[in-house]
Design a protein. Sequence first.
Lengths: 218, 484
Amino acid sequence: MINPQLFQLICFYAFATVTVASALAVITLRNSVHAVLALVLTFFSSACIWLLAEAEFLAIALIVVYVGAVMVLFLFVVMMLDIDQEKMREGFVKFLPVGLIVALVMLGEMLALIGVRAMHAHVLGPNPATEAGLSNTAWLGHALYTDYLLPFEVAALILTVGVVAAVALTLRHRGGVRYQTAGQQVAVKASDRVRIVKMDADTTYGRTPAPAASEESK
Amino acid sequence: MPSMNDILILAPEFYLVAAACLLLLLDAFMKPEQRGLLHWLSIAVLAVAIYMVVGAAPPVAVSAFHGMFVRDGVATILKVFALLTTILVFVYSRPYLRDRKLFIGEFYTLMIFAVIGVMLLVSAGSLVTVYLGLELLSLSSYALVALNRDAPLPSEAAMKYFVLGALASGMLLYGMSMVYGASGMGGQATLDLSRLSAVMGYTQAPTLLLFGLVFMVVGISFKLGVAPFHMWIPDVYQGAPTPITTFIASASKLAAFGMAYRLLAGGMAEVAHQWQLMLAVLAVLSLAIGNLVAIVQTNLKRMLAYSTISHMGYLLLGLSAANPEGYSAAMFYAISYALMSTASFGVILALSRAGFECEEIDDLRGLNQRSPWLALLMMLVMVSLAGVPPMFGFFAKLLVLQAAIHAGMMWLAIVGAVFAIIGLYYYLRVVKVMYFDKSVEGSELRMQADGSLRVVLSINALGLLVVGLYWGPLIAWCREALAG
């Protein structure tokens, strides 16, 4: 029987390794489509780490929103853009020193931050979800629909404004556009389409050659 | 679950949301030639909202939705004037929009959504509500600026406004997260503005708190448009369609004042001594940049943009006093500025026609010969903006200077007075151009024939004189709101 804590630790290291490796792949792969796919893997393994931290809702949201929607859209954009790989790599050596300096500064800042954090080790309070005996998602939903109901509704209003604005800014009524009206198509009667004409039968057909036809054949 | 009481407190906001959605639907089923009805309906909707805000105003401050929303005297006053200036914008903009084929339902709906954003912002009881109200207002404003999408100037203005606005929102949010974090170090972390101040005294991370404060002040300054965060103002004022500029210069400024009041005077009262000086420095910078750069402008809308920057400097003068007297003076100033700017842009709107924006100061040449009444109205507005007694603008300036002196910042009041005199030059230049320059041959400078515009604009401009002579009740109302 494997120790559950040990199992969690193993899982964490496995997912963390995959995350870091795939994140590295994102910035090193030559093909941008591959890079996007590696980014998907990064998101997925980060979501798994969140699952380990008992943040189920965030994990699912990350997969549904980022992997499911944003990254697929991103993939389409990358595939549609004609990116010149050679041009993108120009000046790599030229900008390398600047990039290295920025990277070093950021590394220093991060280490300093981690150091400060370790000194001021701030013990997190107990997980309110576990205290309430609820799952993380249920607890979040509870908070969202009670304490934070008003902000939640206002966020919905902001989305409405986004839709209205998008329509106002992009919808163009062009003149002279021909389009089908389904209602009229359905309501059509046979008499609108076919005109039945009563006429006498052509009794002369085939007996004498038509003058027009004979002219045509010449 | 929200109780009935919560819903009653938010009744004006709920009503406006419902009305905006109904107008949106109505517009979809309406023939383009019936849009005049939409115009009057929108005005009626806002007028009813004013009635609901004032009519059912609670005698004491009440909060709803777990303290997310506060309805008190300050909120009531700011909401009334935000709704009122939006009605003025609607009345002034109809001929302008008609001439430019912008007379569409989305204009009215987006404006009402923006006003709902203003109302949430000035009533915010929590950092979350501040942010969401601000976003509702800003996103509607970005779309409105870009509404004339085929013209290059508005598109450019909208792009600048959007990018810089997003940056400022980010700054504000970053500051809020730091303040939230700081409030959690040593106390119960809270987003609630009324509790934030109490918790703040015990924080073990004063540096983090100060960093958060600085970022929040940056966000507020951007929304107010004070130097050195004023870069977007001239371009947006000039590029946006004039009705939208009027809205950004009036109701939006009331919202920005409301936001500053809620965040600084409400949430960060504990560290008032820290932000007082920040605001004073910002005020001096805006007074200098706004007034000096306005002198060299030839474009009227751009000149008014720099004048906004200087006016926001005066508003900060009142806020930096950090006491009820200062807040009430600043609120009085915000109201006076909102009414003056609607009148000044109203004159521009009354003079512009299809193919003629009336944007240049030279376009006003000889207005007195063409339309003496409009020239008189414009003179009243300019004189009021300059702060000449006995206009509205004079008493507003007087009160903020007084508040600064009483708060022991004599130097700040002196700077304010000096720049008021410098500012006089460019306001009076407009008057000189209207009265003493000969009109250009063949110019067709005349007032729009729209009856409602003529009447309302006259009332708006003459009101500046009337309130200037009889300003007691308004300041009393502001003081009462802040005392209680």
